[in-house]
Design a protein. Structure first.
Length: 427
């Protein structure tokens, strides 16, 4: 008997990549039911019909159900994939543009923009998780909806479901590192939080390649959803690790703010144009494969990574993956209930984080702890609908900090997003 997969947010244009992932694994990952759920039924039908053509082309007989109903999608599922965007791209554009009025960086997962994405998304995932506890208690939720780390921490500490958070950034970093250093199968130390992570060790055949990586900035992969600009060799040396591109926002705040102010379109507006073109392509009844244009979306490789992770769980591969999981006792400078993004061994029981011996980088440890407490206050604010905790979180966020700026921007953005903030607007 095959597996039942449920994709929540299946109207996403990323879906063909996820489906290609299990098409490529049919011999080891047998799927016989695919439930595609989205609140936008018209959009899920456009994407879902392309999926049906892809499956037909591959010669697979898989039942595909397109629906706007969550419960039947989750009922009896073996794996649930989360790829939702609460408020869709218009909400993202507000996250990116409103902060600029107040001299704050506007970005969909960091700073005050990412904070509001978390406030909108946490209640929706809490509802999904509570339904999973009843309808598919043994299923794994593999989530790549942003902010992935905050969502993972919320669910792991407040629900009973099995889940892992995922980001495509580390995949690009490691691929680039291997190419830059001409390695084959290196052992890599990776640590941080979601969108605040670093490569801190590289070894192959007994040789330590990390000093060379740090000197040459090997693995510095630029993500498409981050505007132009880059960290200097001097900055990377001071950090003591190869950072994900999002560290530009923390280390080059003034520069990034000016770049965002000068952009003709926000990234969300660019994505609307790309998505419009993708959906036009998906409507073509002759298209039966993932189009190359999909790679221009910022989340390229998210779906392939998610499918690889599910494969590792189902087949108990005991395979190396970088995911968002609870720290437990892995790193003594973080709390047990802190969700971290790090290298893990993944098998049927989920992900077991790998300890990095003698980790002494105080810059990384200090930044991780500061941002982690911002994340914890964000989760408390989202679950309780607390303005006080929301403002405390923003004062702690390194990209906000100033209370007067935070307060003014917070209340304007709160009103703009009120339709998606049920805990703050209970009536």
């Amino acid at each position: 008997m095959g597996l039942k997969l449920a994709v929540i947010g299946a109207g996403s244009t990323y879906l063909p990549e996820l489906v290609q992932g299990f098409i490529n694994r049919t011999e080891t990952f047998p799927v016989d039911k695919l439930y595609l759920e989205d609140i936008d039924l018209d959009k899920v039908k456009i994407v879902g019909e392309l999926v049906e053509r892809m499956l037909k082309r591959a010669g697979l007989n898989i039942e595909v159900v397109m629906t706007d109903q969550l419960e039947p999608s989750l009922d009896g599922a073996d794996f649930v994939f989360g790829q939702i965007r609460v408020g869709k791209l218009p909400a993202r554009i507000l996250d990116e543009k409103l902060p600029l009025k107040y001299g704050l960086i506007g970005q969909e997962t960091t700073g005050i923009g990412g904070f509001f994405k978390a406030l909108r998304t946490i209640p929706v995932f809490m509802d999904i998780a509570k339904k999973m506890e009843k309808l598919c208690p043994d299923a794994f939720l593999i989530n790549f909806s942003n902010p992935s780390g905050i969502i993972a921490e919320t669910l792991l500490n407040n629900t009973k479901i099995k889940t892992m958070g995922l980001c495509n950034g580390p995949i690009g970093m490691i691929s680039r590192l291997i190419k830059d250093l001409e390695l084959t199968d290196p052992e890599i130390d990776f640590i941080g939080l979601n969108h605040l992570s670093f490569i801190v060790g590289v070894r192959e055949n007994g040789i330590d390649y990390f000093p060379k990586a740090l000197e040459t900035m090997a693995g510095m992969a630029q993500l498409q959803n981050i505007p132009k600009g880059e960290l200097s060799a001097e900055a990377v040396k001071a950090m003591g690790g190869i950072p994900i591109s999002y560290l530009q926002y923390f280390a080059l705040r003034g520069q990034k703010l000016e770049i965002l102010r000068e952009e003709e379109q926000s990234r969300g507006e660019v994505c609307i144009d790309i998505e419009h073109d993708l959906l036009d392509m998906y409507r073509d009844v002759n298209l039966n494969e993932k189009p190359a244009l999909l790679d221009k979306r910022g989340g390229h490789m998210y779906s392939e990574a998610a499918m690889s992770l599910a494969d590792a769980v189902y087949n108990d591969k005991q395979e190396f993956h970088i995911v968002n999981v609870l720290n437990g006792g892995t790193f003594d400078f973080m709390n047990a209930d802190d969700c971290i993004e790090t290298g893990c061994i993944v098998g049927k029981n989920g992900a077991k984080p790998i300890r990095i011996p003698n980790f002494k980088n105080n810059y990384i440890k200090g930044l991780m702890n500061a941002v982690k407490y911002y994340e914890k206050l964000t989760i408390e604010a989202a679950l309780e609908g607390s303005d006080s905790k929301a403002l405390a979180a923003l004062m702690l966020n390194p990209l906000v900090g100033d209370f007067d700026m935070a307060k003014a921007c917070y209340f304007e953005m709160k009103e703009a997003h009120k339709d998606y903030l049920p805990t703050f607007f209970k009536t």
